[in-house]
Design a protein. Structure first.
Lengths: 575, 389
C-alpha cells in the first residue's frame, strides 16, 4: 500500500511545484509588491498611521470591527440560506425545486448595487432627502437602522452572495450517495437526524468553501457599504481602503489591504481547522444515486420559504434593474417609461444626446470580447484551481506547501484591483527575454483574470475533490495509470459537478468585474464592464444599468448552458 | 539599463517586482535608450507640426472623461491622416497606470487628460512621468495660472447648491457657517472627502483660506472664532462643526444631486456638488441651483489638465492633440472644445466666451485651487478628517 501512495505522491510533488510557481507569479508577486511599497522609507509611516496613531481608531480599528461584523454576518447567513436552499433543491421533494435551483444561482450574476438599490427603493427614509422609499411614502417611519448601516449592508450582501454557498453545497449534496441515507433510514433515524448527522457533515467542506467565499466577498465589497453605510458614517475596511487610494494616499490603502489579507488568512486557518483530519469522501467505487427526503406536511412551508427567498433576491432586484433602464428619469417614475436608453437615436434633449446602448457601435464587439474573456478565464482558472486543489487534497502532510497554495488561492479578492493591475504592468509591461511584451494584448487580460478569480475555482474544486475517495486513484495506480491519465479519467470526471459550478462562478465574475482589468484594457479590446463604467461616470445611469442587465443576462445564459452541457448526471437540475 | 531614480513607493514596488529573477532578461534585452530628442516642437509652425504628426499617424490618449470619444471624432475629421486611440478611465486609475507604465518601460499613452490636479503634481509631475506642453498660440490667451504645472483647458466646480423649487427666493444660505447651525442639522449632503479627491480638495481649500473662513465666522456669529483643541485653523473648524452638525456623507455626486435636487420636497437639504450638473435638471427632474454669493465662497473651481508623457512615442501628434483640445479661435472654442463647452464649467482661455445659462466665473465667486499648494496641504487635512468622523 505504501508503494501505491508513493506512486500518487511523487508526480504530485512535481505538480505541486508547478502549481506553486504559477501562484507565485500570479498572486505572490503582486502581493509582495504591495508589501514592498509600504516598507519603503517614506511610506513605512503608513503602518504606524494605520495601527498606532490618533487616526487608527477611525482609519482601522472601527472599520475593522465593522468589516468583521459584515463579513462574518454575510458568511454565516449566506451559508445558512445557501445551504438550506441547496438541501431543499437537491434532497427534498418540494414542488418547483428545479426552477428554485435555477433562480438561486442568479443573485451572484446581478450586480450588488442592484440589490442595494432594491433595498433602498423599499426602506429608504428621509435621512438623505430626495425621493423616499416605498414604506416612507406610505407614511411609515423607517428607523435609520433599517435604512442605513450594518443591517441593510449585511442583508444586501447576503442576498448577493448566498448563491455562492448554494452553488457549492448543491454540487456537493448531489454527490451524497443514497446508500448512506438509506442505511440511516433502515436504522430508524428521523428525517431531521439524517439531515443533521449525514447530509450536513458530508457537505461540511462545501459549506466551509461557500462561507470562505462569501466572507471574502463580503469584506472586499465596496459598492454596498459605500451606498448604504456612508450616510450614517458606517465605514468598513473596504471603504477606507478605496478612499485612501482614490484620494492619493496609496500606501495607506495598501497597508489596509495587507491587513485584510492577514485577517482573511486567519479566517481561512480557523475554517480549515474545522475540517482538518476528517475524511469527507462520499464518492467511492460503489456509487449510488442520491435519494430524496419526503418532507410530508412540511412541504409547503419549505416551498414558501424557498420561493420567498429567491423572489426577494432574484426576481425583485432583477425587476428593479430592468425597470431602471426604462425610466425616462433616473430612479423616478415621474417622467414615465421609455425604450430610448436601449434603442433610441441620439436626441439632444435626452441624456446629453447619448444614443441607446444597442446603437453603440462598440456594443457588439464588447459583448463578443467579454464572452471570450469570460470563457478563456473560466477555463484557465478552473484548470489551475483544480490542480491546486488536487495537490492540496492529496499532499495533506506537506503543510507548508498546501498552506501556501490554499492561502495564495484565497487572497486575490483582497488585493485591490488597481494594485493588481499595477503589478501586472510591472511584470508583463516589457518584453521578457525573447518573448514580446504581453502588455496591451488580450492575453494579459486573461492572465490577470485568472489570477483574480482563482478563489472561486480553487474553493469549488477543493470541495468537490474532498468528496472523491482516494481508493479509486489507488486502484488506477495499481493498474499502471500515470498521473495525467488518472487526472483525466478519474479525478476530473468525479469532481466535474463542483468544478463546472466553479467555472461558472469564474465566468460570471469575469464578465461583470471591472476593477482588475481596467488598468490593462485597451480600446482594441472593448469590454461590457468598461462600457458600464463609461456610462456611469458621466451620470447616464439608465445606459449603465442597461449594459449591466446585458451582463446579467449573459451570465444567466452561461449558467443555464453549462448546466445543460453537464447533462443527465446533474440530478438536481433534471429532477 | 539606466533607471531614473523613482522615489515614490509605487515605483519602488514595481522595481522590486521587476527585479524578480524571472524578469532579469528584461534588463538585458530592453531597447537602447531613445535617440536624443532634437526637434524643438515649440518652434515649429502649425503646418510643420501637422506634417510631422501625420507622419506618425497615430496618437494615444488616456482621459478621465468619456467625452474624449467626441474629441476623437472631431480630431480625426480635422486631421484625417491621424488616428486617435482614446482610453477613458477614472483619474485615480489613469494616474496609477501612467506611473506603472512609465516604470515598466512599456507602451503608454502620448497624452493624458486628467483631473485630480494635486495628485498629478505629487505622483506624476514630481517623477517626470508627465510633462507640460504649452501650444505656442496659447501663450497670450491662456492666463499664467492655467499654463503650469500643466495646461488646463477647462475648469469644473464643487460648490454649494440648493433646491430652487423649494427655495424660489434664492439661496437659503448666505454664509457657509449657517450650515453649522441647528437649523441645518442633518441637512447638508456631501461626498465623503475621505473617499473622493475633489471633495478633499474642497475641504483643503477651506483650510488654505482659513482667514476668509474666520472673517465669515465673525460676520455670522458676531464674535471672533475660537478654535477647538487640536483644530489648526478656521477652515478645519468649519468642517469639524459641520460634521458635528450631522452632515450626511454619501459615496457619489449623483447621490448628492438627487438628494438636494429632487422635485417635490418640502425641506430639501443643501449640498456640495458640480455646478454643471444643473444642466441635467430638466432631464432628471431636479431643481439644482448654485448658492452664489454665499460668504466667503460657495466652493472650489479646479482644472482639467492636459500633459504629454515623457518620451511619448508620437511627440508631434501628441502636441497636435493638446493644441486641438485647447480649442480654436471662435467664441465657443470650436469642435476640439465642444464636448467641454458646458454651462457650469468654464473655459480657461480668455478669448473663449463662457457658455450662457450659467453665472460668469467671477460672479460665481468660487475659490480657484492652486494644485501645488493643495498638494502640500491635503494630507494633513485628510488626516484631520479621519479624527473627526
Amino acid at each position: 500500500m505504501r508503494r501505491v501512495s508513493t506512486g500518487i505522491r511523487r508526480p504530485t510533488t512535481w505538480l505541486a511545484v508547478a502549481v506553486l510557481a504559477v501562484l507565485v507569479v500570479l498572486v505572490a508577486l503582486p502581493l509582495q509588491g504591495l508589501v514592498a511599497a509600504t516598507l519603503q522609507p517614506d511610506s513605512v509611516g503608513s503602518w504606524t498611521d494605520v495601527l498606532a496613531s490618533p487616526l487608527s481608531g477611525n482609519l482601522f480599528w472601527e472599520p475593522l470591527r465593522n468589516s468583521l461584523i459584515v463579513g462574518l454576518g454575510t458568511g454565516l447567513v449566506a451559508s445558512l440560506l445557501g445551504g438550506f436552499l441547496a438541501w431543499v433543491v437537491v434532497m427534498s421533494d418540494i414542488p418547483g425545486r428545479r426552477i428554485i435551483g435555477v433562480l438561486a444561482t442568479i443573485p451572484f450574476a446581478l450586480p450588488s448595487f442592484a440589490i442595494a438599490l432594491a433595498w433602498e427603493s423599499v426602506f429608504r427614509n428621509d435621512r438623505l432627502g430626495g425621493n423616499p422609499g416605498v414604506l416612507a411614502s406610505l407614511g411609515i417611519a423607517v428607523p435609520d437602522i433599517l435604512s442605513w448601516g450594518v443591517v441593510p449592508i449585511t442583508l444586501t450582501l447576503v442576498a448577493h452572495y448566498y448563491s455562492l454557498s448554494f452553488v457549492v453545497v448543491a454540487a456537493a449534496l448531489s454527490n451524497v450517495g443514497g446508500d448512506l441515507v438509506a442505511a440511516a433510514e433502515l436504522t430508524g433515524a428521523s428525517r431531521l437526524r439524517i439531515a443533521l448527522r449525514i447530509s450536513l457533515p458530508v457537505v461540511a467542506p462545501a459549506i466551509l468553501s461557500g462561507f470562505l467565499l462569501a466572507f471574502a466577498e463580503g469584506v472586499s465589497n465596496f459598492a454596498v457599504p459605500a451606498l448604504l453605510g456612508l450616510p450614517v458614517r458606517f465605514q468598513t475596511l473596504s471603504t477606507r481602503l478605496y478612499g485612501s487610494i482614490s484620494t492619493g494616499d496609496t500606501e495607506r490603502g495598501y497597508v489596509l489591504s495587507i491587513l485584510l489579507v492577514v485577517i482573511a488568512a486567519l479566517v481561512l486557518w480557523v475554517g480549515n481547522r474545522f475540517t482538518a483530519g476528517k475524511s469527507f469522501a462520499t464518492i467511492t467505487g460503489k456509487s449510488s444515486r442520491p435519494r430524496r427526503v419526503t418532507t410530508g406536511r412540511w412541504k409547503w412551508v419549505l416551498f414558501t420559504l424557498s420561493a420567498a427567498l429567491v423572489t426577494a433576491t432574484t426576481i425583485v432586484p432583477g425587476i428593479v434593474l430592468a425597470t431602471s433602464t426604462l425610466l425616462r428619469r433616473t430612479n423616478s417614475f415621474d417622467a414615465g417609461l421609455t425604450l430610448h436608453y436601449w434603442i433610441g437615436e441620439s436626441d439632444p434633449n435626452i441624456a446629453q444626446g447619448m444614443r441607446g446602448v444597442l446603437r453603440d457601435p462598440i456594443a457588439l464587439d464588447a459583448l463578443l470580447s467579454t464572452v471570450s474573456l469570460g470563457i478563456s478565464v473560466a477555463l484557465g482558472a478552473t484548470l489551475i484551481g483544480l490542480l491546486s486543489a488536487y495537490v492540496v487534497t492529496r499532499l495533506k502532510r506537506a503543510r507548508a506547501v498546501t498552506g501556501s497554495i490554499s492561502l495564495l488561492s484565497y487572497v486575490p479578492f483582497l488585493i485591490p484591483g488597481i494594485a493588481f493591475g499595477a503589478a501586472f504592468i510591472a511584470q508583463f509591461g516589457a518584453p521578457i527575454g525573447p518573448f514580446p511584451s504581453l502588455y496591451g494584448t488580450f492575453a494579459i487580460l486573461v492572465v490577470a483574470g485568472i489570477a483574480a478569480s482563482l478563489p472561486f475555482a480553487f474553493q469549488t474544486s477543493r470541495s468537490a475533490l474532498g468528496q472523491a475517495a482516494g481508493d479509486l486513484e489507488e486502484a488506477a495506480v495499481i493498474a499502471g495509470a500515470g498521473t495525467a491519465r488518472r487526472l483525466r479519467s478519474i479525478v476530473f470526471p468525479l469532481a466535474s459537478r463542483g468544478v463546472v459550478s466553479g467555472g461558472i462562478l469564474v465566468f460570471v465574475t469575469m464578465v461583470r468585474d471591472l476593477s482588475l482589468v481596467v488598468l490593462l484594457v485597451t480600446p482594441a479590446t472593448p469590454l461590457l464592464s468598461v462600457m458600464t463604467y463609461r456610462y456611469a461616470s458621466e451620470g447616464f445611469t439608465q445606459s449603465a444599468n442597461a449594459i449591466t442587465l446585458v451582463i446579467a443576462i449573459v451570465s444567466v445564459a452561461a449558467t443555464l448552458l453549462a448546466r445543460r452541457l453537464q447533462g443527465t448526471n446533474q440530478s438536481w437540475s433534471n429532477a | 539599463m539606466p533607471r531614473r531614480p523613482l522615489p515614490t513607493p509605487l515605483r519602488y514596488t514595481l522595481t522590486v517586482a521587476a527585479a524578480f529573477p524571472l524578469l532579469i532578461g528584461l534588463a538585458a534585452c530592453s531597447a537602447p535608450a531613445e535617440a536624443e530628442e532634437t526637434v524643438d516642437y515649440s518652434a515649429l509652425s502649425h503646418d510643420e507640426l501637422v506634417e510631422l504628426a501625420t507622419e506618425e499617424g497615430e496618437v494615444s490618449v488616456y482621459a478621465f472623461t468619456s467625452r474624449i470619444a467626441t474629441v476623437e471624432e472631431a480630431f480625426e475629421a480635422e486631421y484625417p491622416g491621424i488616428d486617435v486611440v482614446a482610453t477613458d478611465i477614472s483619474s485615480t486609475e489613469l494616474i496609477t497606470r501612467l506611473a506603472s507604465e512609465n516604470q515598466a518601460g512599456s507602451a503608454t499613452a502620448d497624452v493624458a487628460y486628467v483631473s485630480d490636479a494635486p495628485v498629478v503634481v505629487t505622483e506624476l509631475l514630481a517623477e517626470g512621468v508627465l510633462e507640460q506642453y504649452l501650444p505656442p498660440r496659447m501663450a497670450d490667451v491662456l492666463p499664467e495660472e492655467y499654463q503650469t504645472p500643466l495646461v488646463a483647458n477647462r475648469l469644473s466646480t464643487k460648490v454649494l447648491m440648493y433646491n430652487e423649487e423649494a427655495y424660489p427666493d434664492g439661496s437659503p444660505v448666505s454664509n457657509l457657517w449657517e450650515l453649522t447651525d441647528a437649523e441645518w442639522a442633518g441637512k447638508v449632503v456631501l461626498v465623503d472627502p475621505n473617499v473622493r479627491g475633489d471633495y478633499l480638495d474642497l475641504v483643503t481649500e477651506m483650510s488654505l483660506r482659513a482667514d476668509e473662513m474666520a472673517a465669515a465666522y465673525e460676520e455670522h456669529f458676531g464674535a471672533e472664532i475660537e478654535l477647538s483643541d487640536g483644530v489648526e485653523d478656521a477652515g478645519l473648524q468649519f468642517i469639524s462643526d459641520l460634521y458635528n452638525n450631522d452632515a450626511v456623507l454619501v459615496d457619489d455626486t449623483d447621490t448628492v444631486n438627487a438628494a438636494i435636487g429632487a422635485l417635490g420636497q418640502d425641506a430639501p437639504p443643501v449640498g456640495f456638488t458640480s455646478y454643471s450638473d444643473r444642466r441635467d435638471n430638466e432631464d432628471e427632474g431636479w431643481a439644482l441651483q448654485v448658492a452664489s454669493g454665499v460668504a466667503p465662497s460657495p466652493g472650489i473651481v479646479f482644472p482639467a489638465m492636459l500633459g504629454i508623457t515623457a518620451g511619448a512615442e508620437n511627440p508631434a501628434a501628441a502636441r497636435l492633440l493638446i493644441d486641438f483640445m485647447m480649442g480654436d479661435d471662435t467664441e465657443t472654442g470650436g469642435p476640439g472644445f465642444e464636448p467641454f463647452y458646458v454651462a457650469g464649467d468654464y473655459p480657461t482661455r480668455t478669448d473663449v466666451v463662457a457658455p450662457a445659462d450659467a453665472l460668469a466665473l467671477d460672479e460665481l465667486g468660487g475659490w480657484i485651487i492652486d494644485a501645488e499648494a493643495s498638494a502640500e496641504r491635503r494630507d494633513v487635512v485628510a488626516d484631520f478628517l479621519l479624527t473627526i468622523q
